[in-house]
Ligand binder design. Structure first.
Ligand SMILES: Nc1nc2c(ncn2[C@@H]2O[C@H](COP(=O)(O)OP(=O)(O)OP(=O)(O)O)[C@@H](O)[C@H]2O)c(=O)[nH]1
Ligand SMILES: [Mg+2]
Length: 276
């Protein structure tokens, strides 16, 4: 199980925006962006960057922070979380680049890092980077994340690649279906970054995020078992996020979650990351 995300509001204030984009080759809409590298200073919100392997998460991370996380054309490059920061419109953000994962139910060590941050770290915004050329393969993770939070932005990346293959994606329709902003991007060229920043700012600051999608199991006995077990998990670990998900994993015999319940470390993960 991973450590909780850092708490906001520590360190010196964020750098001023003025001149911050002097070295930044992004479009004019990014002028309110100051890339703060590894030291975000004081920050107000925590963003988790998630998505399937090789969708351009680290490319987005680098565009926002000015850092040089490893980028390459094969899956599994990012194996531990990397953190950096930026400020946008005078608001400080800490951003966590996660290893690629296909599912929150995955059990590989790298994917556990992503799963723990998403399920237990309570980021203020989850940016899910998806590959526009392989949407059907990428959407299951988006739907799983939508089941745990409404504070989601979908970065529909590689639209340049999709265009080359004659694929166009109806982002408005997708936004309606998912209930969260979908931003078209070609992150390697910096395209879509201003829209992504605006969407992040909106989701981070809204008092009224969309409700998480709720899948109710059709089997009444299973639904009862999940609800009963979730109530027990909450009683044993007050404040633990996503107790329904924990209950489902226990019923499926997930050894890692079972161990975290037995040795009490599940409770350590329940430390809330307060949004400013
Ligand atoms: N054509 C195109 N290529 C891109 C774009 N964004 C990223 N790439 C390329 O896609 C490949 C994967 O990018 P990464 O940023 O390493 O992807 P990742 O999601 O961090 O990968 P993992 O950490 O391995 O999961 C690299 O070769 C990038 O240069 C884009 O918008 N268009
Ligand atoms: Mg990466």
């Amino acid at each position: 199980m991973g450590a909780p995300l850092p708490s906001p509001g520590v360190g010196p204030p964020p750098h001023e925006d003025a001149g911050a984009c002097a070295s930044c080759a992004l479009s004019p809409g990014s002028a309110r962006l100051a890339r703060l590298g590894m030291d975000p200073g004081r920050y107000d919100h925590v963003i988790a960057l998630a998505g399937n392997p090789n969708t351009g998460k680290s490319t987005v991370f680098n565009a926002l922070t000015g850092l040089r996380q490893h980028v390459g054309n094969w899956a599994g490059k990012t194996v531990a979380r990397a953190e950096g920061g930026f400020s946008y419109g005078g608001v400080g953000y800490r951003i966590v680049d996660l290893p690629g994962t296909y599912s929150l139910l995955s059990t590989s060590t790298d994917e556990d890092v992503a799963r723990d941050v998403l399920l237990f770290g309570r980021p203020d915004v989850v940016v899910v980077v998806v590959d526009a050329t392989r949407l059907e393969r990428n959407l299951p993770l988006v739907l799983q994340i939508r089941q745990i939070t409404g504070r989601v932005v979908v970065a529909l990346n590689l639209v340049d690649e999709a265009r080359r293959h004659g694929i166009t994606v109806d982002t408005r329709h997708l936004t309606r279906e998912l209930g969260v902003p979908v931003v078209a991007m070609a992150a390697r060229r910096g395209q879509g970054v201003p829209d992504l920043l605006a969407a992040i700012a909106q989701v981070a600051t809204t008092d009224d995020p969309p409700a998480p999608l709720r899948l109710v199991h059709r089997d009444a006995a299973l639904e009862r078992a999940v609800a009963d077990l979730a109530a027990k998990v909450e009683a044993r670990f007050p404040g633990v996020p996503n107790s329904r998900w924990v209950a489902l994993r226990l019923l499926e015999g997930d050894a890692g979650i079972e161990e975290a319940v037995r040795n009490g470390t599940l409770g350590d993960l329940a430390t809330p990351v307060e949004a400013a």
